[in-house]
Ligand binder design. Structure first.
Ligand code: SF4
Length: 313
């Protein structure tokens, strides 16, 4: 879906003074009747960036050189630290997957960026460690996931999708083992079944995992570590197909916008800004003429107040 530009009348130059290098700068494919269209190579975050705000997509994936990002966010550091600690917990031999190992694992993976000061960082470390201890208490150390931070990939008529899952479990199903997509969440707000159902990323992971492992994969779960809750959804073949179709529609919109820029359309019109609450948390707020007019957040703000929760973050 194309959205109207929100920050300026049509026809003016880019707000950052940058002209994105259109993809036509890449070696051009010569077309002929019946030739299949180039597949759109994507990840969940690439699709999500465009769906949230085409301008943010442009800053991230089209403009070259890319505009400078703002400083790192403390909540991203916290999330990355917890994810890597869990990944490394599964890399331990089974007899060492014990709660006592967690402090060392977290220390070894701790990302320090974005915190207001040492006291806030120490408090975040304590909080993360308590989440991890409570979480691994719910896990059977002897159960090996099918994949940990495993990349799954699939092609459709439009997409060449790839994405890194947090974890893929195998659980008994009525007709044998079935795969479950597990996604860890560390935001301070809880998530519910609607978030699991609506997550395009989880659905695409499930769709891809089913094809990579040739086993049914319909269940998706959001594991919210701060509250110890699990939000789950059982997809059907039809609901997964709908999510894939939605992703393909987004990919078509992106390719159409990129073609328009290559054909001379002003990049600000092809990739309109869609301002909202998320602008305060956007890496490109300082270079975005629309976002710059809206209040920004400090890199550590989410440590005091949570960002708007989304199932994709
Ligand atoms: S600041 Fe807001 S409008 Fe600008 S790119 Fe970011 S999300 Fe889009």
């Amino acid at each position: 879906m194309r959205r109207p530009s929100a920050d300026r009348p049509a026809g003016r130059s880019s707000g950052t003074g940058r002209t994105p290098r259109p993809r036509a700068d890449q070696p051009e494919q010569l077309g002929f009747a019946g030739m299949p269209e180039r597949l759109f190579v994507c990840t969940p975050s690439k699709l999500g960036a465009y769906e949230d705000c085409p301008r943010r997509y442009r800053y991230s994936y089209v403009d070259r050189p890319a505009p400078p990002k703002g400083p790192p966010w403390a909540h991203n550091s916290l999330g990355a630290s917890v994810h890597t600690a869990l990944k490394n917990w599964y890399a331990l031999p089974v007899d060492r997957r014990r709660p006592e190992a967690l402090a060392g694992l977290l220390k070894g993976t701790w990302v320090r960026d974005g915190y207001r000061d040492d006291a806030q960082e120490r408090e975040a470390f304590r909080r993360a460690l308590s989440w991890l201890e409570a979480y691994v208490d719910t896990l059977d150390p002897a159960t090996e996931p099918v994949g940990v931070e495993r990349v799954v990939a699939v092609k459709t008529a439009v997409l060449a999708f790839n994405g890194r899952t947090d974890r893929i479990d195998a659980r008994p199903g009525p007709d044998g083992p079935e795969l479950v997509i597990v996604d860890y969440k560390t935001g301070r707000s809880g998530l519910d079944a609607d978030d699991a159902r609506g997550s395009q990323a989880l659905a695409l992971y499930a769709y891809a995992a089913e094809r990579v492992f040739r086993r049914p994969c319909r269940r998706v779960e959001l594991h919210h570590l701060p509250t110890g809750t699990v939000a789950a959804h059982e997809h059907t073949v039809e609901s997964l197909a709908r999510q894939v179709g939605r992703a393909e529609d987004t990919a078509r919109d992106i390719m159409s916008a990129e073609r328009a820029v290559a054909d001379g359309t002003d990049p600000d019109d092809a990739f309109p800004a869609v301002p909202g609450v998320r602008c305060g948390w956007c890496d490109y707020r300082r270079v975005c003429p629309t976002g710059a007019q809206l209040p920004g957040r400090e890199p550590w703000s989410a440590m005091e107040r949570p960002p708007e929760p989304t199932a994709e973050s």
